[in-house]
Design a protein around this ligand. Structure first.
Ligand SMILES: [Zn+2]
Length: 225
């Protein structure tokens, strides 16, 4: 196999890729450096086409194109191939959730480690409340006991951007941020739904829903508002 991996002409290799499921493409990328270079390039249109065709052919629920800043293979990895928490070794899929707002598929603990609540931002970080609408927020449910969360890393970066601006530039910057974030809201919701359809079957979706309901009614939650 290693020898064949080196000698197979590129055109044939690309043609073979056209028949493979995304999971097989992912395995193929780990065979050798040559395949990795072909399948892992984020800017090659050939690579993007290979993954896109495989996605459309084999994963009908994943027909929505990835967001502008995300490559095909990153998208498929996050939506389908990743089988554990992206930060720790948790593999129980009932303990894992997609938080598309933050581009994260992870367990509750890893989410908690990386996020901050509205209350903490206002009272401990002393962030002005008019800036809250400039951060991407995760609203897990409409339940008031389930307050929105913010990604620490993103909040820091956004605050840095804001602090670098002159006083005159700030109002317009805030408007733009708000506009961007509300534009993404609907999109995020769509990707979260697509993810659930792609990753879980009917029974699993039902089980997750029941689990969520159970959590909803077992107050108190472990974190502050
Ligand atoms: Zn984790």
């Amino acid at each position: 196999m290693p020898q064949l991996a080196q000698t197979l002409p590129s055109e044939i290799l690309i043609e073979i890729c056209g028949y493979l499921h995304p999971v097989d493409l992912y395995s193929l990328a780990s065979v050798c450096k040559r395949y990795r270079n072909l399948l892992w390039s984020k800017c090659s249109t050939t690579t993007q086409e290979i993954w896109k065709n495989s996605r459309l052919r084999y994963v009908p629920n994943l027909s929505m194109t990835p967001p502008a800043e995300m490559s095909e293979q990153e998208y498929i990895w996050l939506m389908l191939i990743l089988k554990k928490c992206m930060f720790c070794e948790e593999r129980n899929k009932f303990e894992l959730t997609m938080y598309w707002e933050f581009r994260m598929y992870c367990c509750q603990k890893c989410l908690d480690d990386r996020t901050v609540s509205r209350h903490t931002l206002l009272n401990e970080w002393n962030v002005h409340d008019f800036l809250l609408s400039c951060f991407t927020q995760l609203q897990r449910s409409s339940n008031p006991r389930d307050p929105p969360l913010y990604l620490i890393e993103k909040v820091r970066a956004t605050l840095n951007d804001y602090n670098r601006l002159s006083k005159d530039e700030r109002p317009q910057w805030i408007k733009n941020q708000e506009k961007n974030i509300s534009r993404l809201q609907l999109e995020n919701e769509q990707y979260n739904n697509i993810h659930d359809l792609t990753r879980y079957d009917h029974t699993e979706r039902l089980e997750r829903l029941l689990k969520k309901l159970h959590e909803f009614y077992t107050w108190p939650k472990h974190r502050s508002m």
